[in-house]
Design a protein around this ligand. Structure first.
Ligand SMILES: *Cc1c(COP(=O)(O)O)cnc(C)c1O
Length: 395
């Protein structure tokens, strides 16, 4: 037996955190780390945000969980607010991103079933995608390292190379139900789809009667400086999965859909025990109070520019370490020339926490309300981390 009673599924860093404040985590030995990972884009408003804490505590004194057999006013309110702020007409609450993706896929399949085309159940996805770790979502993501050893891959997913819209067009067949993508791939290495590609995918879906599903679990809820990333392209999906930042650290997620796309989801056809609990809804509503307030998203964009410009300077200074800076808003990727794990470890040495991703990228996804001061401090630490792994050839 290995040293711990836990499953050995995570290669954990030898760090134990005791508490957090804003964009900072404090270890059990009192060391302060500047957190540019934010629980992988989950702690969207940092640690111990007073408005979120107050909402949680108030609801905790009333009611935590209630079965979906009853009315849950917090769900209705949060759904109405999401509908008012997006393309969607209908919302289904879940607990995790993977469940929101499963719900999205099921919604798309049921749409075609209800329209007399039950043979349409396949979803086209893109290489580099990450949609979760359930059996269906690993099949959707299509990554060999996540599929290995888990039996036959769930049927119903066809994959094309990243941003290859011609390949999508060729892949569409009589069984195709939907096209699913992250407008900005997260785990795949902060890879945004060009606006033009999103527009072409919308056109293809309209032409072939397919549903467009956006996985905005990582890039949504203000992360790119718009409420949802697809707004930059002026393209709307039929179905969207939302999670991570929507709960500000409380586990919750949602499937959003147009009325038409959700038309197959009739009573009894789908459900969840924990999804949409009063406690989750109280926190979700509190997160929206902050993120949808005037100027908040403009501030995200302003801060993002400060961070991105600083990073561009560091990339110029250390071209042997950094190949490019990519991404939008506070969803930035440092494409490394050194192994990304090496750079990430160097950042950790500087007590700055980031998150490795695919394509040799280190993700910088801090809290959306990070202060300018913390951004400047972060840039200093990132510069120091780059210097530590830089080995310029002497002239
Ligand atoms: C994190 C993530 C998921 C999976 O969410 P879980 O809550 O871990 O199930 C799915 N898609 C994207 C884009 C993600 O970033």
């Amino acid at each position: 037996m290995s040293g711990s009673a836990l499953f050995d599924t995570y290669a954990r860093a030898p760090l134990t955190f005791d508490r957090g404040e804003g964009s900072w985590l404090v270890s059990d030995s009192g060391e302060r780390y500047l957190d540019f990972g934010a629980g992988i884009a989950v702690n969207s408003l940092g640690y111990t945000h007073p408005h979120l804490g107050a909402a949680l505590i108030e609801q905790a004194g009333k009611l935590w969980h209630l079965s979906n057999l009853y009315q849950i006013p917090g769900q209705a309110r949060l759904a109405e607010r999401l509908v008012a702020a997006t393309f969607a007409d209908k919302v289904f609450f879940t607990n995790s991103g993977a469940e929101a993706i499963e719900g999205s896929i099921k919604t798309a399949r049921r749409y075609h079933y209800a329209n007399g085309q039950p043979e349409r159940f396949r979803t086209i996805t893109f290489e580099g995608a990450f949609h979760g770790r359930t059996l269906a979502t690993i099949a959707a993501g299509g990554q060999a390292k996540y599929l290995e050893g888990f039996g036959p891959k769930a049927d119903g997913f066809d994959q094309v190379p990243f941003d290859d819209i011609d390949a999508v067009e060729k892949m569409i067949g009589p069984q195709t139900a939907a096209i699913m993508l992250e407008p900005v791939q997260g785990e795949g290495g902060i890879r945004p789809f060009p606006a033009q590609s999103l527009r072409r995918l919308r056109e293809l879906c309209d032409k072939h009667g397919l549903l467009l599903i956006f996985d905005e679990i990582q890039c949504g809820v203000g992360r790119t400086g718009k409420f949802f990333a697809h707004e930059w392209a002026g393209v709307t999906p039929d179905i969207m999965a939302v999670a991570k930042g929507i709960g500000g650290g409380f586990p919750m997620a949602a499937v959003l859909a147009t009325e038409n796309a959700a038309s197959g989801m009739v009573p009894g056809i789908h459900g969840t025990t924990f999804g949409g609990s009063p406690l989750a809804m109280a926190v979700g509503n509190a997160v929206l109070d902050v993120i949808l307030a005037d100027d908040f998203l403009d501030e995200v964009s302003r801060k993002a520019l400060l961070l991105k410009q600083g990073l561009a300077g560091i990339a110029d200074e250390f071209p042997d370490v950094i190949e490019e800076i990519r991404g939008t808003g506070l969803m930035l990727g440092v494409k490394c020339k050194v192994p990304n794990a090496t750079f990430n470890a160097a950042l950790r040495e500087q007590k700055l926490l980031a998150v490795p991703a695919g394509d040799n990228v280190v993700r910088l996804i801090p809290a959306l309300n990070i202060t300018d001061e913390d951004i400047r401090e972060g840039l200093e630490r990132i510069r120091a981390g780059a210097r530590a792994v830089s080995s310029p050839v002497s002239a």
